[in-house]
Design a protein around this ligand. Sequence first.
Ligand code: GLA
Length: 529
Amino acid sequence: MRTVGTLLAAGILIGGLIALEDQAGALDNGVARTPPMGWNSWNTFGCSINETLIKQMADAIVSSGLRDLGYKYVVVDDCWFDPARDSAGNLRGNPSRFPGGMKALGDYLHAKGLKFGIYQVPVDKTCAQYFGSYPGATGSQGHEVQDAKQFAAWGVDYLKYDWCSPNGTIDDQVRTFAKMRDALAATGRPIVYSINPNSIHAKTGPQRNWGDVANLWRTTEDITNKWNTGQTNGYPMGIQNIVDVTVPLASYAKPGAFNDPDMMEIGRGGMTDTEMRSHFALWAIMASPLIAGNDLRAMDPATTTILKNQNLIAINQDPLGLQAHQVSNDGARRVLAKKLGNGDVAVALFNQGGSTTTISTTASAIGLTGDSFTLRDAWTNTVSTSTGTISAAVPSHGTVVYRVSGGTSSTPTPTPTPTPSGQPGGCTATYRLVNDWGTGFQSEVTVTNNGPSAFNGWTVNMTLAGGQAITSLWNGVNTGTTGMVTVKNTSYNGTIAANGTTTFGFTANGNGSTAPTGVTCTTPTSQGR
Ligand code: GLA
């Protein structure tokens, strides 16, 4: 009986999940190919925001040099709106806080080479409205399409969408978040979709891979400027607590879809300089959005040094979009490794314990083979060499990050292996337009092995239409960005099993309505046509 009951329950569960997946579909909106970087008003200013403040912050992000390092999104969090919608049900900016209106604010940001982010909720009340610190009930519930159109008309580039309610199952959340995903897609404007399913709710962020619903999803309750609050996933979360929840979710991260461990607390006090550095290093290697939360008008040198660390920014913004996976963790000594697009591997040696300790790993443990490596320390920028040992004395709560180059990757670039000639099959390449927003588009190409045995190494040629230019390509290595483009496999997806497939994707400038011509696939000479 128990078995039958369990099977029945499993069947119902699987049926439910399939239905849910069908409804949710996959999010392919062409944005957030690497983790978004920027600034958000909440951590420092809470509800006390206005147009002047946001503009000052935009000015500071430019004058400090942060914009030019990639910090582009300026996100206006809770409390920007009029507590009542207009007579047609439209949202509008709070007239005393944002007298110029939200469109003008967006224009101001865009004119500075920045992008415009805004906060809203899928339920009836924003978090500030729920807690009674701000009047009204202006959430998007029942207004999804109307609000998405309004955001697009204002030039919004990033929506932070916060489920601030104890109500609703995880399935309700998936369905409701998907409504706004689809409403944003229908506007035709590329908008980063950042959700939080955890505010005063069961912590559903880490319970599924939300990459079908959103570009970014919060993994935990709200962050605070403390190292460890003792919470596993409750209000408020310290840096160590958030890392504990987010590291196991590494496999979900990919271009367009990232775990979000919340906005940064760097420059807000409450932690030592070592802890602040660790916070940034861990966010960087976890492929987390790098959204500063401090007052950018008044940064001390230590804060500037951390936020501007170009070695860590490059690791965070690597085009593979991978989140570091855990290599080892003995409770005190935690090692994380992130594979990078050029074959290097970034490794974090993180000391969770109370005193300085030596943390060690090896090149082979992080996926490299060979006997000669170069280690660049991301904080000191010094370079050392190693025959395989990767080790450092790390202070309590510190994180040493090395970018390790050299050796040969453990999944080497495939060398063609001749197979008997006359073998039937070969490969075909199938082009698919994923999303076209007029001035740019996203596409993918699926490479299929038609033959009865695996092959090793593939090449796709295609000729893009005039005016189209590739801006980013993943799961492949391209030669050329316009006209005739050649794409070869990366080191990790060269081998395709019999009848198997692999897919690479790209975003491009231009209009996507004309598909590339001459899309052909070849394998090494003796492996098929
Ligand atoms: C929630 C979110 C925070 C912030 C506030 C605004 O708590 O998790 O990041 O947006 O709401 O009220």
